[in-house]
Each structure stands twice: as C-alpha cells, then as structure tokens.
Design a protein around this ligand. Sequence first.
Ligand SMILES: NC(=O)c1ccc[n+]([C@@H]2O[C@H](COP(=O)([O-])OP(=O)(O)OC[C@H]3O[C@@H](n4cnc5c(N)ncnc54)[C@H](O)[C@@H]3O)[C@@H](O)[C@H]2O)c1
Length: 307
Amino acid sequence: MKVLVTGGLGFIGSTIVDKLVAAGHEVAIADNLSTGKRENLNPAATLYEVDILSDAFRDIYQKAAPEVVYHMAAQIDIQKSIRDTAHDATVNILGTIRVLECMRDFGARKIIYASSAAVYGEPHYLPVDEEHPNTPISFYGISKYTPEHYIRVYAGMHGFSYTILRFANAYGIRQDPKGEGGVVSIFVDKLLTGQTPIIFGDGEQTRDFVYVADIAEACVRAAHKGDGKIINVSTNTQTSVNQLLAVMEEALGVDIPAEYRPARAADIVDNYMDNTRLRELLGFVPAYDINRGLSETIAYYKKQYQK
Ligand SMILES: NC(=O)c1ccc[n+]([C@@H]2O[C@H](COP(=O)([O-])OP(=O)(O)OC[C@H]3O[C@@H](n4cnc5c(N)ncnc54)[C@H](O)[C@@H]3O)[C@@H](O)[C@H]2O)c1
C-alpha cells in the first residue's frame, strides 16, 4: 500500500513510518523539519522536505499518490499556542485543510488524523470517553479539535474515509526533551544530567501516559479498521506527575528532589481516558504499562547521552 505520513520525521510520525515500512508498505514523508529530525528518517521511506501549507506540497502529494494519509504534522506546543495563536491555528487548522484539498483533488481512500486529549478540556468525569463534551481550554485544543469537523465533512462530501485518533500523553524514544517536549523526556534529560526536575503545580495532577509504540500500532491498524470513528488511544490508567518522577528516579538510581512552581495556564488538573473503543474497534489494548515504557525510554536516552 502507498502511504503518506505528514510529520513523518517527528516523534510519533517516525515511529509510525518504521512500523509501516516493516509491514512492507511504500512510505512517503512530507515534513518541513520544524521540529522533526533528519536522524529519525527511515532509510526505506522517501522524504519530501516540504511545508504542508505550500503549493509544492500539492505536487508532492500528486507524486506520492497515497492510498492512506497519516496526518501527524502539527504545531504541538500548548504554551506556544498561547503566545502565537495565529501560527498554531495556521499550521493545525489550515494545514489539515491543505491535506484534505489534496485528497479531494488527487484522491486517497482514507485519512488517519492525530487528534489529542486536549480536545476535551477539563474533564467532567473520568475516565474520559469519546462522548465526553469537547470544551478545549487551550488554543492548541481548539486547533486540534476544529480539523476533526473538516475531516468529517470533507470525507462525507468527497467519498473518502477517516479515523480520528485522540492520543493521550505520548512518551517514549525520540521525544524531544528540549523546549516544551513531553514531561517524561524532560525529566529523563534533567535526571541524566544531574539537574533539578521542575514540576508545575503540586505534582498530584494525573495524566494517561501512552507509549509511542502503542500509538503507532493503533495508527497502523486504523488503515483498515475504525472507519468514520473517533477513538481514544490511551491506557485507561492514571499516573500522577509525582508518581512518574518517583518511578523514573528509582529506575535511574538517583534522588533529586523536584522544584515546585505555580501551575501554568491551560494545564488540565486530572485526566485519563477510556480505551474501550480502541479495544473493540481496532482490536488492541496498549502493550506497554508505565514501567515497561519507562524502562525502554530510559535505556534509549542513556545511550543517546553516551554518544
Ligand atoms: N506528543 C503527544 O503527547 C501528542 C498527544 C496527542 C496528540 N499528538 C499529535 O500527534 C502528532 C505528532 O506529534 P509529535 O509529538 O510527534 O510532535 P513532533 O513535533 O515531534 O512532530 C510533528 C512533525 O510535524 C512536522 N511539521 C510541523 N509543521 C509542519 C508543516 N507545516 N509542514 C510539514 N511538516 C510539519 C515537524 O517537523 C515534525 O516532524 C501531532 O499532530 C500532535 O498534535 C501528540
């Protein structure tokens, strides 16, 4: 099968590319390297260095002629979405529309869209299932939610299929600890370099941490399953930031007390997400619990820091 992965040099996109290549698919990547890294490139995939907002993307799309599009390219930083809201909306909303226009004009059977826990906002109940109201509390949450509507309506009008996957908090190998990366990669970075980890709030806020290989597995399965559905990709398990740090310190054999700072704007207090649909529609539950996922992640970063 011919597939196109937008954002295929990023943390999650590159893991999906690896799985698709291993399964024998012909993979093209469209990435502008804004946060993606060349070192994440799978040598069997074809890289097009291009912005999805550009006209050149249309030519590349036509050339790649994908049957399935994995749309992972996005601006993913919540704090940046507060500082530069127009840029966040441009990349996430208009960028998705550009991809949909190509599907309309040049064809494709299906789009698989990387949505987010951020589309729900502050949970009204836990675990959050897919019927939970959508009241995002960040601009990033809005810019990830709005494309869901464009995808549904475009698909209905132009006869292609879609699956919207709402990822919980992703972690694992290749996540960038610099800038506003995920809390796991930031903590590993601090602990391996002997620095004090910083926790915003009291650390009792909880998250649903899902390992990147499990996200990639859900994405690969969605090529032929879950048509027209919205599906959480999550572990249905709650872990507090304090617990997370304790597990990591134990695994690394270090004891560095965290520095606590005031909670940040648009940070959700508690969250974990129901994964019944993932099990029923994609026939799969995440294989990695937090201990297994963290031990792979830590082993990866240890090697990186030795380089
Ligand atoms: N990381 C998480 O915890 C998480 C959670 C929920 C949803 N998501 C979603 O998953 C997807 C992948 O996230 P990630 O964590 O791998 O982030 P990432 O920043 O590592 O990957 C994004 C990729 O998209 C590329 N990109 C960005 N703008 C582009 C543009 N205009 N044109 C072409 N390429 C562009 C970047 O260079 C990068 O390679 C995103 O859509 C994100 O919103 C991530």
